[in-house]
Ligand binder design. Sequence first.
Ligand code: NAG
Ligand code: NAG
Ligand code: NAG
Ligand code: NAG
Ligand code: NAG
Length: 342
Amino acid sequence: MDYSFFNNSVLVLFSSFCKNNTLHHSLIKGKIVVCTTETVLDNRREKSTFVRKGGGVGMILIDPIAKDVGFQFVIPATLIGQNEAEQLQAYITTDKNPVAIIYPTTTVLNSKPAPKMAVFSSMGLNVIPPDIIKPDIAAPGVNILAAWSPVATETTAERSVDYNIISGTSMSCPHISAIAAIVKSRHPSWSPSAIKSAIMTTATVQDNNHSLILRDPFGSQTTPIDYGSGHVNPVAALDPGLVYDFNSLDIIDFLCSNGADPAKLKNLTGEPLTCKNPPTPSYDLNYPSIGIASMNGSVSVNRTVTYYGTGPTTYLAYVENPEGVKKSSPLRDLCSRNHMKK
Ligand SMILES: *[C@@H]1O[C@H](CO)[C@@H](O)[C@H](O)[C@H]1NC(C)=O
Ligand SMILES: *[C@@H]1O[C@H](CO)[C@@H](O)[C@H](O)[C@H]1NC(C)=O
Ligand SMILES: *[C@@H]1O[C@H](CO)[C@@H](O)[C@H](O)[C@H]1NC(C)=O
Ligand SMILES: *[C@@H]1O[C@H](CO)[C@@H](O)[C@H](O)[C@H]1NC(C)=O
Ligand SMILES: *[C@@H]1O[C@H](CO)[C@@H](O)[C@H](O)[C@H]1NC(C)=O
């Protein structure tokens, strides 16, 4: 980009974002440079290459949104939040000879509160079938250490590494996949939906400070649209007690209530199938969470649970009403209609 037609204050702004060709060698040579993120989508690694190109030896990036997410930089670098940035600015502007040291990363154990929803974690609502709450589940996905191809690429700051630390759905997905495999190895006869149910119904919505899981970066309040059924608990998933199961015919019913017709079903299954008339309501799919996208008046929702524990047990149903919703009849009456199988 050619910056020559911008005035001086704009240029200063561009160099505070550590953009390409805005950092003067005479000013930053041998120094640790303070940079600011411009937008959440900034290429943070690239800023470190521009600092290095200008002769800088380190970078402090003011990045309140992503301050807890690890990135690979080409020079020693660290991310700081807004409070630290204010302290830093005060120090830089008052001290005649400000100095900085970037220490190696250390491990902090038992930090509180944890877990938290990552700043970049996708949220519902579900835009396709709105009666199915999304997400289903939350799992670790920030700064995950895992094996990595030794081919040096831009992603690893041009270094060849056997392990790397990255963040995203691509990191939480293998956690859930492995937990599904563990549940399957313990319960080989369980269907995919039973395994999903076990994982979802045993998840927790509480953090280690006994409050509802919060969302990064500012600790904002969350709802099931952030975490689904909650943060996964692998050990509890092995013994969920009750399971919400469904099979391929239930999926057909669900597709029928979401606009599938016999021609579409034939395309999908290769078999001639017809939809039930009247169709089973979408919210009656025996899913391990209950979502009703539009409600006017009252609605009855049907779920069937199967007991997979050992020995006789008594379960009591308990409902926490979403705000603005009343339960019209005691849930126990509903359950005594013989829907709870043992
Ligand atoms: C930075 O600017 C230089 C010179 O203008 C150019 O050659 C280079 O491709 C730019 N780098 C990036 C990553 O934009
Ligand atoms: C833990 O919870 C208490 C009570 O809600 C709150 O005052 C405190 O700030 C929380 N601690 C952390 C580290 O979030
Ligand atoms: C069935 O699949 C074919 C090939 O993908 C497609 O062209 C056709 O529109 C589909 N029919 C229906 C009813 O979805
Ligand atoms: C809700 O149902 C009532 C009675 O059936 C109807 O008069 C009203 O228009 C409905 N409201 C909405 C938002 O659909
Ligand atoms: C609820 O589901 C069960 C099992 O699929 C079924 O037998 C029953 O008729 C359903 N009840 C209602 C009210 O839909």
